[in-house]
Design a protein around this ligand. Structure first.
Ligand SMILES: Cc1cc2nc3c(=O)[nH]c(=O)nc-3n(C[C@H](O)[C@H](O)[C@H](O)COP(=O)(O)OP(=O)(O)OC[C@H]3O[C@@H](n4cnc5c(N)ncnc54)[C@H](O)[C@@H]3O)c2cc1C
Ligand code: HEM
Length: 402
């Protein structure tokens, strides 16, 4: 528990540190990577290059510090970040490294204003926040379906839409290339994972000097044939996304990939799956279909009587991912509405359309950031309530609020 003095100093200094957030973040990463270049194998190189998302870590420490006397209230947000950390294999020994360089950056940016008292208080605050993360992550490591990045062999690779490839992979015991074989008994038949979760791929792209980690949602929670995920070739802004292009161009059937165990809390509300009063609304755009497709399958397997509303938007028919699979599943449900929007044909899924949805409803949204922002704002404006609207951005999610 932080001392009253620490609480007082931290609360008084948060605003000035937030003002210097970008400078602190820049110094923090520069110094940390200089001393620990091995961390470049963990952090997203493209984000670092573009200066994108960089502030998430440092700004979250500042945001959490505002709640230092009641960190337990932040558990839902911490848990969500911790899922990502566990998936990326962030370990307790990484925390002092981040702490050292974050406090060092605060000192460097504030200059003479950073008194010993202030630095001491922030060190205490960081340690307290870090210990909450470490504790939650320890529980996640203990319950993970397997440890570390385990080798899997790709058994299927199929185009499911323009620029979207679906992969199936099974545990491999014959991974050579300098990596140890998979001595963990990963039994896909005994595996229980939740629809909506993601796995994390650890790749060695040719265009980079570092390994690169990326999350991909599972499009089925049924692992009998293997772990199933789908990847969109990400070439926005005329720049080639590092990992998605590597997976499309260089990973084929028979190749080995490294995966960490499923993670994430974008999952169906269990208690609503068995009832038929509150309909399930699954809304997605583009490759955002992956986690909600897994949810559709899980719901139909658990209770096909529950009313389902399927809403999907994409560019055109050629970009419509998993169309046949979705239709086959919807055919098994008793009460179904389906709404498909092709942007190129002028069919717009906009905030106004959302008024067509019933209330109450249990709603799951996944797609690009602009799509999600517009859907979530629209649903909130229609009073759907935060507990009924669940979402998974394919990028950083969190905000610890103010
Ligand atoms: C929980 C979660 C689940 C996800 N599930 C899926 C999924 O099921 N399927 C899926 O396809 N993706 C999914 N993603 C996204 C995925 O993790 C990757 O972010 C995505 O594949 C892009 O990675 P990349 O390495 O190809 O691109 P990066 O190299 O990380 O680049 C990201 C973007 O920046 C652009 N870019 C690169 N360099 C520049 C530059 N110099 N200037 C401007 N722009 C540039 C690229 O074109 C690309 O659009 C998920 C993400 C999360 C967080
Ligand atoms: C208390 C300390 C920490 C806080 C508050 C924190 C917070 C965050 C947040 C908010 C995100 C974005 C989550 C999202 O994508 O939704 C994130 C991602 C990430 N964190 Fe942490 N983090 C902490 C410690 C660490 C440590 C010790 C490491 C490892 C050295 C680490 C490595 C990463 C990585 C690699 C990502 C993915 C984003 C990227 O690659 O740029 N974090 N963290």
């Amino acid at each position: 528990m932080a001392s009253p003095k620490t609480l007082e100093i931290v609360t008084a200094t948060v605003p000035v540190l937030e003002e210097h957030g970008t400078a602190i973040t820049t110094v923090f990463y520069k110094n940390m990577f200089a001393e620990h270049p091995e961390l470049l194998d963990i952090f997203n190189e493209t984000n670092q290059k573009l200066g994108r998302q960089q502030t998430a870590l440092a700004m979250t420490v500042l945001a959490a510090a505002k709640h230092l006397d009641k960190l337990a209230t932040l558990l839902p947000q911490v848990t969500q970040i911790s899922h990502k950390h566990r998936a990326l294999q962030i370990l307790p020994e990484h925390y002092p490294i981040v702490g050292k360089h974050l406090i060092g950056a605060i000192k460097e940016v504030l200059g003479e204003a950073a008194t010993d008292e202030i630095i001491h208080a922030w060190t205490e605050a960081y340690d307290e926040i870090a210990s909450v993360f470490i504790q939650i992550e320890q529980g996640m490591y203990e319950s993970a379906l397997w440890q570390g990045f385990a080798p899997f062999t790709v058994t299927q690779k199929t185009a499911v839409a323009t620029d979207i490839a679906a992969f199936t992979a099974v545990p491999s015991n014959e991974y050579k290339d300098g990596h140890t074989a998979n001595h963990q008994a990963i039994d896909l038949h005994k595996m229980r994972l939740s629809a909506g979760q993601y796995i994390t791929v650890n790749t060695d792209p040719k265009d980079s000097n570092h390994t690169a980690l990326r999350h991909y949602s599972l499009y089925s929670a049924n692992t009998e044939e293997g772990i199933k995920f789908a990847v969109r070739r990400d070439n926005r802004n005329a720049h080639h996304g590092l990992v998605s292009n590597h997976l499309h161009d260089h990973i084929n059937v028979g190749d080995t990939i490294l995966l960490s165990a499923p993670a994430g809390d974008f999952v169906l509300e269990q208690h609503l799956m068995t009832q038929n009063e509150v309909p399930l609304v699954l809304m997605s755009a583009g490759v955002g279909v992956t986690p909600v497709l897994a949810m559709l399958e899980a719901q139909i397997m658990a209770n096909p009587k529950r009313p389902i509303i399927w809403v999907y938007a994409c560019q055109n028919k050629a970009h419509h991912a998993f169309a046949d699979k979705v239709e086959a599943l919807l055919a098994k449900a008793e009460t179904v509405e389906r709404h498909v929007f092709y942007f190129e044909s002028g069919q717009l899924l906009d905030a106004a359309w959302l008024a067509n949805l019933p209330k109450p409803a249990d709603i799951y949204v996944c797609g690009s950031m602009p799509f999600m922002e517009s859907m979530i704002d629209g649903l909130m404006a229609l009073d759907h309530g935060v507990d009924s609207v669940h979402y998974e951005p394919f990028g950083p999610k969190m905000s610890l609020g103010s």
